[in-house]
Write a protein that binds this ligand. Structure first.
Ligand code: NAD
Length: 475
């Protein structure tokens, strides 16, 4: 049994106020494998006071010192590689290879990107006799979800530390152990007392008091839209800044001239990655009417090769979903798809044949989906593809943008001019052409109900800054 029932406040592991705990479940077995503190308002207050006590001092640390600090964090993070990989597999259920290549690596990349951004980041600018200064906002509250345990935590921490902000972080209670390792990494890297504080617990007990604490100047949240709006509402009471990274229902447009087999490979990958628990998942697959049958056959063959199973199995492509709740949600969307008249083309409800425990689901393809159906409008957060046909490019773009979300978009084809036109037409914070691999110094965030603000690299640093004009500074 894995256990950390203390909170990391002011540079030490301290008893949690309530003495209560939360069980953490391994989604591959459905069994409890760990226990964490169930924090409350008293823990939050202590952590915020610790962060508040040093925010001015940390704000004014020389940039070179913060760069060195991030560099030490990078070194310590690399030193915990095996632990992080094992831990993410235990708490999230992602296959070991993926825990390494995606989850571990993403966290590392974010710390490096923020560190490197400091080499050129302009915190001050002269305008005539005057000075424009960008300085850290003060105490920031960070709240993160479970689906990328080291990615979201690290990217927020990296931006905040680089900016000179102090933080109180509340990771997801479903995947808290990777964040606990991050606290150990920060401790070992010599992050000054009070700069980083970790309060474990649930949304009600920790997230709420953090969002309304008067000494918190900013809330940076990644998670669902419904939680995001609650946080924003609480933050609005004393006009805290909010940065929100929320959900998505992203379109993947396959063009007339696309190689259908390659398109199917990409489309399936975009749906099953991390068992479909990806905010940027390209789950609305838009295909020209004339290519429908060929695409469905190719996608079915590709989907059949997705090996669902034990995250520690050597040939596993995807593991389970995070929880019983998530399993039930995905099942209900699959049922809804059939009820609303879509054709269940591959997969379906229930668990895969060989798996009777854990929260495994069957990768599923729906065809004959209309964009107004629930499975085309709502985020399923499971490996479910909704295939929608289109008549011409204008209609494809119209369908792609007919959503409350705007997190990501994908386009696949041959003609570069058309690809560029579509990429510019999709209303989303990130659009990917032909499966191009990105970089951690690109901005990340959403249009419309997918969020407010941008994270990663220098954009992530900007989030934690205020801007001050000092008139007559050079007189
Ligand atoms: P969630 O909103 O249920 O929980 C996210 C975090 O908020 C958790 O730490 C939770 O404890 C906390 N929380 C819950 N209620 C709260 C409250 N009232 N006040 C403050 N905090 C509260 O989301 P989830 O189920 O953990 O994650 C899945 C969602 O996250 C999906 O909608 C997904 O699209 C989204 N997501 C978005 C991005 C992005 O960058 N845009 C990335 C990953 C996930």
């Amino acid at each position: 049994m894995r256990e950390q029932t203390k909170q990391y406040i002011n540079g030490e592991w301290v008893e949690s106020a309530s003495g209560e705990t939360i069980d953490v479940i391994n989604p591959a077995t459905g069994e409890v494998f760990g226990r964490i503190a169930k924090g409350n308002a008293e823990d939050v207050d202590k952590a915020v006071e610790a962060a508040h006590a040093v925010y001015l001092k940390f704000r004014h640390t020389p940039v070179a010192e913060r760069r060195e600090l991030l560099d030490r964090i990078v070194g310590e993070y690399e030193g915990r590689k095996d632990d992080l990989i094992e831990t993410i597999t235990d708490e999230l259920g992602s296959p070991l290879k993926m825990s390494e290549e995606t989850h571990y690596q993403a966290g590392l990349n974010h710390f490096k990107a923020a560190r490197d951004a400091l080499d050129t980041f302009e915190f001050e600018e002269q305008r005539g006799d005057h000075l424009v200064v960008k300085e850290a906002i003060g105490v920031a509250g960070l709240i993160t979800p479970w689906n990328f345990p080291t990615n979201q935590t690290s990217l927020k921490l990296a931006g905040a530390i680089a900016a000179g902000s102090t933080v109180v972080m509340k990771p997801s209670e479903e995947t808290p152990f990777a964040a606990i390792i991050l606290a150990e990494i920060f401790d070992k890297a010599g992050v000054p007392k009070g700069v980083f504080n970790l309060v474990n617990g649930d949304g009600e007990g920790v997230g709420n008091p953090l969002s309304e604490h008067p000494k918190v100047r900013m809330m940076s949240f990644t998670g669902s839209g419904s939680t995001g709006s609650k946080i924003m509402e609480k933050a609005s009471r004393d006009f805290k800044k909010v940065s929100l990274e929320l959900g998505g229902k992203s379109p993947l447009i396959i063009l007339e001239d696309a190689d259908i087999d390659e398109a199917a490979k990409l489309a399936v990958k975009k749906v099953v990655h991390n068992s479909g628990q990806v905010c940027t998942a390209g789950t609305r697959t838009l295909i020209p009417e004339s290519k429908k049958e060929a695409f469905l056959e190719a996608a079915k063959q590709e989907m059949a090769q997705v090996n669902v199973g034990d995250p520690r199995g050597s040939d596993t492509t995807i593991g389970p979903l995070i929880s019983r709740k998530q399993f039930d949600t995905v099942q209900s969307y699959i049922e809804k798809g059939t009820e609303e008249g879509a054709t269940l083309f591959h997969g379906g409800s229930g668990q895969p044949d060989n798996l009777d425990k854990g929260y495994y689901v069957r990768p599923t393809i729906f065809s004959d989906v209309r964009n107004d159906m629930t499975i085309a409008q709502e985020e399923i957060f499971g490996p479910v593809m909704s295939v929608i046909t289109y008549k011409d490019l204008d209609e494809a773009i119209e369908i792609a943008n007919d959503t409350k979300y705007g997190l990501a978009g994908y386009v696949f084809g041959e003609d570069m001019e058309t690809l560029k036109h579509v990429a510019r037409s999709i209303e989303a914070g990130t659009v990917e052409i032909n499966g191009a691999k990105g970089r951690t110094d690109l901005p990340f965030g959403g249009y419309k109900q997918s969020g407010i603000g941008r994270e990663w690299g220098d954009y992530g640093i900007e989030e934690f800054l205020e801007v001050k004009a000092i008139k007559g500074y050079f007189k």
